[in-house]
Design a protein around this ligand. Sequence first.
Ligand code: FES
Ligand code: FES
Length: 157
Amino acid sequence: MKIQLELNGDPHYVDIEPGESLLSLVRRLGAWSVRSGCDVGDCGSCTVLLNGRPVRSCITFAAKAQGGSVTTVEALGTPQALHPLQEAFLEAGAVQCGYCTPGMVLVAYDLLTRVDDPSADHVLRAIAGNLCRCTGYRKIVEAVRLAARRKAEGRWR
Ligand code: FES
Ligand code: FES
């Protein structure tokens, strides 16, 4: 079957396989930031925003994106012009191997669109479904709160 969706603002009309995951589809369409970790919905590394809210793309059928919009970190910043949230992750030392980072950034982005000044507990609750094997989470929490301060200062886009 064919579905129509927007991926990072670009329209697509694509064939999907029966039972194909959204993870498979977005990677086929070139969104290589979206990672496969566990492939069973446990780790969060495959997180994308579907119609503005985080979903685990490995356990979301591609067909669910019909008529919708999907956002990955490719839409936030580029290596030459990072989004302030991505800059905050780097500045706070919240990126080590980086495998979890695209999913973490998207969950944090979603949180900061809804909450202006999240507490550390609030951030921890928001990222509870995203596993990081490297950082111990403290620096990720610091990064999200740093990004919140930058947003309050108007340094956000
Ligand atoms: S790869 Fe999707 S939750 Fe782990
Ligand atoms: S930075 Fe390595 S898994 Fe999170």
